[in-house]
Design a binder for this molecule. Structure first.
Ligand code: ADP
Ligand code: MG
Length: 294
């Protein structure tokens, strides 16, 4: 499923206000590869460097030391800058700051228009992008009439209309209600599943990172762990020391283990828990090797 590296960070460090009394080393010697078609999550407490890392991935920020390459080209190369920004699309926390036009379709057209594409091609991209996020019917609406989740999906459509190779979502669900969060996460997961879109999902809600193929954990500017979500998310004490909260099912499983329940590792979701108890989840599928009697 996953292929060549699309984004490569080598010993990338970022210092804000270097040489000044208020200098902050936000990232320290980050080595990371984002492979084509991969669904990577980046988690960490507030201030751990997640947004700084996000900005490195599309060249909004260039590392103070080390380098970042996207599709083989350094983000420090001024000639590669616009191409890199198009290849790596960013969705930020607040959808209200990302929507600029009076109607949904004009908003989505904004990026392709700036690329100077022919009118027909712009129309095709706007339609495809809005259909992808399920908002084609709302194309003539002003964005302020939409819910938070819908606004964020319009922002996502605006990025998709640029035909990027990678989506970076920096806490893109943090301001949404639970339904809005689910809409955005499901749309992104579907883009990954059905179109092999490369996704970097940045969040401090670990539940949101469960679907990722790989997670890296940031602490004070360093990558302190990397692995599959289920390997990392059922260690509540360790997560707490990093300023993170394990998903509720992981916390429950851990407490029951301490009381002597013989539960397998890697319980993170309700479905994991049901499977561990030998009860069929929504899919009706019970993996045999996971079934356990307390
Ligand atoms: P996160 O997104 O995980 O909360 P950030 O990347 O925003 O982390 O911040 C990492 C560190 O860098 C924090 O200590 C933060 O205060 C600092 N920082 C972030 N942006 C700036 C900036 N523009 N100027 C100075 N310091 C900054
Ligand atoms: Mg942040």
């Amino acid at each position: 499923m996953t292929g060549e590296p699309l984004i490569v960070l080598r010993q990338a460090s970022v210092v804000y206000h270097p040489g000044q009394p208020d200098a902050v080393e936000a990232l320290r010697g980050i080595d990371l590869e984002v492979r084509r078609g991969e669904f990577l999550a980046v988690v960490g407490a507030n201030g751990s460097g997640k947004s700084t890392l996000a900005r490195l991935l599309n060249g909004l920020l260039v590392p103070t030391r080390g380098e970042v390459r996207v599709a083989g080209r350094s983000t420090a190369d001024p000639q590669a800058r616009w191409e890199i920004r198009r290849l790596v699309g960013m969705v930020f926390q607040n959808p209200d700051n990302q929507l600029v036009a009076p109607t949904v379709e004009e908003d989505v057209a904004f990026g392709p228009e700036n690329l100077g594409l022919p009118r027909q091609e712009i129309a095709r991209r706007v339609r495809t992008a809005l259909e992808t996020v399920g908002l084609w019917e709302r194309r003539a609406d002003p964005p302020h009439r939409l819910s938070g989740g819908q606004k964020q999906r319009v922002a996502l459509a605006g990025i998709l209309a640029m035909e990027p190779q990678c989506l970076v979502l920096d806490e893109a669900t943090a301001m949404l209600d639970p339904a809005g969060r689910a809409e955005v996460l499901e749309t992104v997961a579907r883009l990954h599943r059905e179109r092999a879109m490369t996704v970097v999902l940045i969040t401090h809600f670990l539940e949101e990172a469960v679907r990722a193929e790989r997670v890296v954990v940031l602490e004070r500017g360093r990558i302190v762990a990397s692995g599959r979500p289920r390997e990392l998310f059922d260690r509540p004490d360790w997560l707490e020391r990093l300023g993170l909260v394990a998903p509720p099912m992981g916390r429950l499983a851990e407490r029951l283990r301490r009381r002597g329940w013989n539960l397998p590792p890697g319980i993170v979701t309700v479905e994991d828990f049901l499977a561990a108890l030998g009860l069929p989840g929504p899919t009706g599928h019970v993996p045999r090797d996971r079934a356990v009697t307390p």
